[in-house]
Design a protein around this ligand. Structure first.
Ligand code: HEC
Ligand code: HEC
Ligand code: HEC
Ligand code: HEC
Ligand code: HEC
Ligand code: HEC
Ligand code: HEC
Ligand code: HEC
Length: 505
């Protein structure tokens, strides 16, 4: 009896030990380090399958390698933490027994980064996909592009798919066949409509309803803050003839100092506070997003800018919202947020005086060119001298577009970020040339045509507007109507100039 009891105890103890061993082995198995990985990478067993198989796919190896180098890998955030989907999601598919989606939206990142998500969703960036119907869109869809209807479906314009939407964002959708069913590859991977994806536009409309793409700035699969602090990161979109912020930055002292002192910038620091972790130069992120001793990082890039330099006539950045009766951060607060960045490296007076120079340039562009040109073109349309309902069919509409959308923006943007060449030679000089040498002659031509074509009253109305504008002080010079005092001052300055240069010859 005794020995039987003893045996039972021994079996029970052994059983417990075995069970314990199973639990331990099971736990270790589920949290096993991935083979050949850096020792601190620990992810779940499901993730391990994704990683080890993808590492062997020649076309997808980069994904796993970049992921390994990321903070996410070090913190145990694996493939599934981002790619896992609900079966009901519009873009879900079953892949090696897991339900996943290829598109990882800001809504997916929000599980772990709710603050960045909220700030980004309320920003102008997140709204950038809603450009449909804008004047620029007429260019991509009608003027440059074409959207034919084939089998009852209107095709997208390639000019918009590969152009506008790669910066602004598409509306990502699964491809549907003629009967409206989703299409899958032989591997079971869901096919996304190639008119809408690949795309990492900043205001992308995602299948889950969230806006934008965090990968617009945080290139996958590194997802690094350091990389997003580099000016090149913003330069994918903020460049070119109509918003050359990248080129302006490269011209500015800030850009020059960034290149010269990059090794002092401490770009990998967490947190990265201007004035504490670095002083050598400011990057786009420094001024628009990153932390100061008084402000945390913001993912709403509008929180530090006071003007909008995009429209034909600049207004304060909160003006549209105020007109609509919406409550938003007032421009004064945004401006003081930016000044708080500047004064980490510059004196108060330096910064105040910079803002006076900037405001004056925006004011000059507005009253001398932006407002009169806008009034005149609206007048020509209202008075029936050019077609009102079709954009870009009259030459003067192109002239006007160059004036405000390209040259006028460049001048204002150059002044906002210390790029004098963009303010002057790519900016105000071209604005003036366009206004006096093309726009005004084309206004006169349209008036003449109206007259000859029997629209005398329309022509007279626009002529009256033109006369009123040309009588303004700032436009007298081109008509030779300069005051005696102005002429004397000009002549004296010219004489001084001649003497100075004669002396150095
Ligand atoms: C046994 C190998 C294997 C495993 C395990 C595996 N994948 Fe894949 N995966 C592939 C291959 C091969 C493709 C390409 C299929 C194709 O091109 O049709 C692919 C495609 C994908 C795509 C789609 C890319 C696209 O074009 O839309 C994603 C996303 C993806 N895998 C993520 C994962 C995740 C997350 C896991 C873990 C749950 C995982 N994979 C597990 C082999 C694997
Ligand atoms: C932090 C979130 C995150 C993690 C972790 C992550 N991904 Fe991704 N992955 C993304 C995002 C974002 C995209 C871009 C897709 C889109 O939204 O257009 C992407 C795209 C992909 C693609 C298709 C893009 C291409 O270039 O072919 C594959 C395949 C993929 N991931 C596989 C993986 C695998 C395998 C892992 C694990 C090693 C992984 N991902 C980990 C967020 C993540
Ligand atoms: C499951 C949780 C989880 C998900 C989902 C997730 N992250 Fe992270 N992320 C983390 C953790 C944890 C860290 C490390 C935070 C830290 O060290 O303070 C991190 C860090 C980061 C960093 C800073 C990394 C660095 O080295 O500079 C970025 C950028 C980032 N995540 C972006 C994203 C984006 C974009 C997505 C969606 C595509 C995403 N994350 C999805 C958990 C997650
Ligand atoms: C290289 C990237 C890029 C491409 C391509 C691009 N845009 Fe933009 N777009 C931008 C950026 C950046 C801004 C914001 C500029 C700023 O704030 O200074 C912008 C501004 C705009 C605005 C002004 C929005 C507002 O709030 O005032 C409209 C409208 C617009 N773009 C439409 C289009 C259309 C339509 C196309 C194609 C014909 C297009 N864009 C092509 C990057 C791009
Ligand atoms: C316009 C570019 C841009 C976009 C879009 C963007 N980020 Fe960032 N993000 C940055 C920059 C720049 C930093 C570095 C800020 C700093 O200096 O610490 C950063 C930092 C981060 C960090 C690290 C925060 C910290 O304090 O260390 C996380 C996490 C992050 N981003 C998540 C996201 C998520 C999630 C999204 C999408 C909802 C997103 N980001 C979209 C530019 C961007
Ligand atoms: C993928 C393209 C893309 C990238 C990358 C990008 N932007 Fe933008 N940004 C835009 C577009 C498009 C707009 C205009 C949105 C609109 O008006 O609808 C914009 C607008 C802005 C604005 C004006 C915001 C406002 O409220 O008026 C600022 C400031 C800005 N971006 C800064 C940045 C900075 C700084 C970075 C890099 C850290 C960056 N952007 C990266 C596309 C981009
Ligand atoms: C030294 C600080 C500083 C740096 C560096 C900087 N900016 Fe700016 N940025 C400004 C200021 C100041 C304004 C004007 C703010 C205002 O209107 O009050 C501005 C305005 C803008 C605007 C708004 C334009 C509009 O249409 O209203 C965009 C977009 C922008 N910057 C993008 C960038 C990008 C992209 C980079 C890097 C290539 C960059 N900035 C670098 C300070 C900076
Ligand atoms: C991280 C430090 C830092 C920040 C932040 C910073 N600057 Fe600068 N800034 C510099 C440096 C360095 C120079 C180059 C000084 C020189 O000329 O040697 C400079 C130069 C300038 C210049 C002179 C331009 C020229 O061509 O001579 C102006 C104006 C200026 N900054 C204004 C600003 C304004 C306005 C802000 C905020 C919107 C700002 N800075 C933010 C470091 C900074």
């Amino acid at each position: 009896m005794e020995s039987v009891k003893f045996k039972q105890v021994v079996i029970a103890v052994l059983g417990f030990i075995l069970l314990g061993a199973f639990v331990v082995v099971g736990y270790v198995e589920s949290m096993r380090r991935i083979p050949d990985a850096k020792p601190h990478i620990v992810v779940s067993r499901e993730n391990e399958k994704c990683i080890s198989c993808h590492e062997q796919q020649s076309n997808a190896r980069t994904v796993a390698e970049q992921w390994r180098a990321s903070t996410h890998a070090k913190r145990g955030v694996g493939c599934l933490e981002c790619h896992r989907a609900d079966a009901a999601d519009m873009d879900a598919f079953v892949h090696y027994k897991q339900t996943i989606a290829t598109v990882v939206s800001p809504g997916d990142c929000a599980q772990c980064h709710p603050n960045e998500f909220d700030q980004f969703q309320r920003s102008h960036h997140a709204q950038a996909g809603k450009i449909l119907g804008s004047l620029d869109n007429v260019l991509a869809e009608v003027v440059e592009g074409h959207m034919p209807v084939v089998h009852g479906k209107r095709l997208e314009s390639p000019a918009a798919v590969s152009g506008c939407k790669q910066c602004h964002g598409s509306a990502v959708k699964p491809l549907l066949d003629d009967s409206g069913n989703k299409v899958y590859r032989d591997s079971g991977v869901l096919v996304l409509d190639s008119d809408t994806w690949p795309n990492t536009g900043i205001g992308r409309l995602n299948p889950d309803g969230s806006l934008g793409s965090c990968a617009a700035c945080h290139n996958r699969h590194y997802f690094s803050a350091a990389q997003a602090r580099e000016p090149d990161d913003c330069g994918k979109c903020h460049l070119g003839p109509d918003h050359p912020q990248y080129e302006i930055y490269r011209e500015s002292k800030h850009g020059i100092n960034f290149i010269a002192h990059k090794d002092e910038m401490n770009l990998d620091a967490h947190p990265w506070i201007v004035g504490e972790d670095y002083v050598a130069a400011a990057t786009c992120a420094t001024c628009h997003m990153s932390a100061t001793p008084n402000q945390p990082v913001t993912h709403d890039v509008g929180e530090r800018i006071s003007w909008t330099l995009r429209p034909p006539i600049s207004e304060k950045v909160d003006a549209v919202a105020l007109k609509q009766g919406k409550q938003v951060m007032p421009w004064q607060e945004r401006r003081s947020n930016m000044k708080d960045v500047c004064v980490q490296c510059h004196s108060q007076q330096y910064v105040e005086s910079f803002y006076e120079q900037y405001d004056d340039l925006v004011g000059l562009y507005n009253y001398k060119f932006g407002e009169p040109a806008t009034d005149l073109i609206k007048g020509l349309k209202a008075n029936g001298l050019i077609t009102a309902d079709i954009a870009f069919d009259d030459k003067i509409e192109w002239t006007y577009f160059y004036l405000w959308h390209h040259e006028g923006r460049r001048a204002r943007m150059g002044a906002s970020m210390m790029g004098p060449d963009y303010t002057q030679w790519h900016g105000m000089y071209e604005v003036a040339d366009r206004f006096y040498m093309e726009f005004l002659p084309e206004v006169r031509e349209a008036i003449e045509h109206g007259h000859d074509g029997g629209n005398a009253s329309g022509a007279a109305a626009s002529q009256a507007m033109l006369d009123e504008i040309m009588a303004r002080d700032e436009h007298l010079w081109i008509q030779g109507k300069v005051s005696v005092e102005d002429k004397a001052a000009r002549d004296a300055a010219a004489e001084e100039f001649r003497k100075r240069y004669a002396g150095s010859e």
